[in-house]
Design a protein around this ligand. Sequence first.
Ligand code: AMP
Length: 115
Amino acid sequence: MEEHCIFCQIIAGQRPGEIIHQDDRLIVLRDINPQAPTHVLIIPREHMESLNDAAQSDEALLGYMLRTAAKVANQEGLAENGYRVVINTGPQAGQSVYHLHLHVLGGRPMRWPPG
Ligand code: AMP
């Protein structure tokens, strides 16, 4: 746990958050500032600053995060119309919380390329 990390604090129960699913490896949190009708975050319990810090030993975790994204998207009713999974990495990509997470967004049409 990183003391000053918002997501570590939520995982530790030291900060409120709308957790819709959790298990031994990750939590699924509703984004506090949603950018689509459904906007949830898949957050590993283990602190890792960004995708850049993922090692070979994290490959199973990364795969599990993606499969959980699909499962949650289905539970949220997004399977038919589609959804987007995003990992912002670093300042130019707009990463604002330096604890690795996947965004799952859906419930409205989306454009490409992203801004
Ligand atoms: P990123 O900008 O890719 O690092 O994404 C960080 C996301 O975390 C943003 O979409 C924020 O709205 C979201 N966020 C920040 N603080 C909280 C919080 N306390 N609870 C839920 N989501 C949060």
